[in-house]
Write a protein that binds this ligand. Structure first.
Ligand code: 5RP
Length: 216
């Protein structure tokens, strides 16, 4: 599967090279993308990163990493997903970076999602929805999520870059992802959820075997 992730990453370079400022996501697909980005490093003035993991890798490769507040609006944000449907709505957060990823996605003019073919689904929800929660509110939020029909599982011994915890929520009814995103967001103690429906992707690059497809 890594070969497909790399293929999607290489295809994304065509879009990345139009911009001198880029928002960068998190995960193994994005790691491939960062490796490829080195080839056009001289054309990139600065990058904004969605996680400590990506920041470390970018800095080690010599990229100038800046805070989002320094840039304001991002011309493009490039990231992957755990699932994506035909409306380019996503479940993200398998790596636990969902809150910063959503902030960068919301701050971007264009969200380019890069995936391998295993991530495309008809209906979102097989992959559990990660919910970032303030540690003190773990029980409160878990009980509220049960009332929404989900089964929350605490990702033990894991803290986000924001020092919060993650509840991985199984069995949510995801027939209306925007509704569920809004419902979860309203719960006191929730920082963010990994449902990206209110801000879906604008463009999707999907690697399939020897080829890739691009959907706008
Ligand atoms: C991290 C994410 C990632 O985009 C998602 O988990 C996909 O990861 P990978 O590229 O490793 O399959 O949302 O929080």
């Amino acid at each position: 599967m890594l070969a497909l992730k790399r293929r999607a990453a290489i295809a994304a370079l065509e879009y990345a090279k139009k911009y001198s400022v880029i928002g960068i996501g998190t995960g193994s697909t994005v790691d491939c993308f960062i490796d490829e980005l080195v080839a056009i490093k001289s054309t990139i003035d600065m990058v904004v990163s969605s996680s400590d993991r990506s920041t470390q890798k970018l800095k080690a490769l010599g990229f100038h990493v800046v805070d989002l507040n320094y840039v304001g609006t991002l011309p493009i944000y490039i990231d992957s997903a755990d699932e994506i449907d035909r409306h380019k709505r996503m479940i993200k957060g398998g790596g636990g970076a969902l809150a910063r990823e959503k902030i960068l996605a919301m701050a971007s003019r264009e969200f380019l999602c890069i995936v391998d073919k295993t991530k495309k689904v008809d209906v979102l929800g097989k992959f559990p929805v990660a919910v970032e929660v303030l540690p003190l509110a773990r029980g409160l939020v878990a009980r509220a999520i049960l009332k929404l029909g989900g089964n929350p599982v605490w990702r033990e011994n894991f803290f986000t870059d924001n020092r919060n915890i993650i509840l991985d929520v199984h069995d949510l009814d995801m027939t209306d992802p925007m509704f569920m995103e809004t419902q979860i967001k309203q719960l006191t103690g929730v920082v963010e959820s990994g449902i990206f429906a209110l801000r879906s992707a604008d463009r999707l690059i999907c690697a399939e075997n020897e080829e890739y497809s691009c959907e706008n």
